[in-house]
Design a protein around this ligand. Structure first.
Ligand code: FAD
Length: 196
C-alpha cells in the first residue's frame, strides 16, 4: 500500500455525518454518492478487500477488456476523494452507541458520526458489538431493511456483509443505494444524483 493513497491519523477532524467501516467497492461507492451530496464521510480501510488479489475482473461494467482488482479499487479511492471523502488507513477497533450517533475508535483516536455504515464484508465483529444478530446462510450476514438500515437505528450496512451475491458490481450498487437512503433521511426529501 503506498502511503500517498491514504492519510495516517485523523485528529484534524473528529465529527462526520457518516463513518464507513470498509473501503471495498461498497464503502467507496457509498462515499462517492455521499460526497457528491455534500455529506461529510470518512472511510476507514486497511486495503484487505479480496478484490485486491484478483488479477483481472472481467464482469465489471465499463471495462470490456477487464480491469485489475487493485486498479479498480484505486480508481474508486481516487473517485471518492475527488468528491471529498476522507480515506483513513486504520482499522475501526470499536464502535459504540453515542446518541444520536456513534463513537468509533481506531488506533489512538476517536471520531463521532451521526450515521454508521458497515461495509466490512466478512468482518462482522463491529456489527456484533452493536448487538446485531447474524442472519442468512451460515449466519454470517447482517440483516437490513429495504433501505439498508439495520435494527440499530442509524446503523446501515451495504455490500457483501448483507448477504448479497458476491459480485463487485452488486456491492457497488448496494453502497450507492444505502448512501441515497441516508441522504434522503438527512434531507427529508427524494434524492437523485443525475448529471445533465
Ligand atoms: C478469490 C475471489 C475472486 C473474486 N473475483 C471476482 C470477480 O472476478 N468479479 C466480481 O464481481 N467479484 C469477484 N469477487 C467478489 C468480490 O471481491 C466481492 O463481491 C466484493 O469485494 C465485495 O465488496 P464489499 O465492498 O462488500 O467488501 P470488500 O471488498 O471485501 O471490502 C471490505 C473492506 O472492509 C475492510 N474492513 C473490514 N473490517 C474493517 C474495520 N473494522 N475497519 C476498517 N476496515 C475494515 C476490509 O479491509 C476490506 O477492505 C471475488 C472474490 C474472491 C474471494
Amino acid at each position: 500500500m503506498s502511503a500517498g493513497r491514504y492519510l495516517r491519523g485523523f485528529g484534524l477532524r473528529s465529527e462526520y455525518d457518516v463513518i464507513v467501516a470498509g473501503g471495498g467497492v461498497a464503502g467507496l461507492s457509498a462515499a462517492i454518492f455521499l460526497g457528491r451530496a455534500g455529506v461529510s464521510a470518512a472511510v476507514f480501510d486497511r486495503a484487505e478487500s479480496s478484490l485486491r488479489r484478483v488479477s483481472r475482473v472481467n464482469n465489471y461494467p465499463g471495462y470490456p477488456d477487464g480491469v485489475g482488482g487493485s486498479a479498480l479499487l484505486d480508481l474508486c479511492l481516487q473517485h471518492a476523494r475527488r468528491f471529498g471523502a476522507r480515506i483513513i488507513d486504520e482499522r475501526i477497533q470499536e464502535v459504540c452507541l453515542s446518541p444520536p450517533g456513534f463513537t468509533v475508535r481506531a488506533g489512538a483516536d476517536e471520531a463521532w458520526c451521526r450515521f454508521f455504515l458497515l461495509a466490512s464484508n466478512k468482518r462482522t465483529d463491529l456489527a456484533q458489538s452493536l448487538g446485531l444478530a447474524l442472519v442468512g446462510f451460515g449466519a454470517k450476514f447482517v440483516g437490513v431493511d429495504e433501505r439498508g438500515e439495520t435494527v440499530v437505528p442509524a446503523c446501515y450496512a451495504a455490500g457483501r456483509i448483507t448477504g448479497l451475491p458476491s459480485q463487485a458490481v452488486v456491492s457497488a450498487g448496494s453502497g450507492a443505494r444505502v448512501a441515497i437512503a441516508i441522504i434522503e433521511r438527512m434531507r427529508g426529501a427524494y434524492y437523485v444524483d443525475h448529471d445533465v
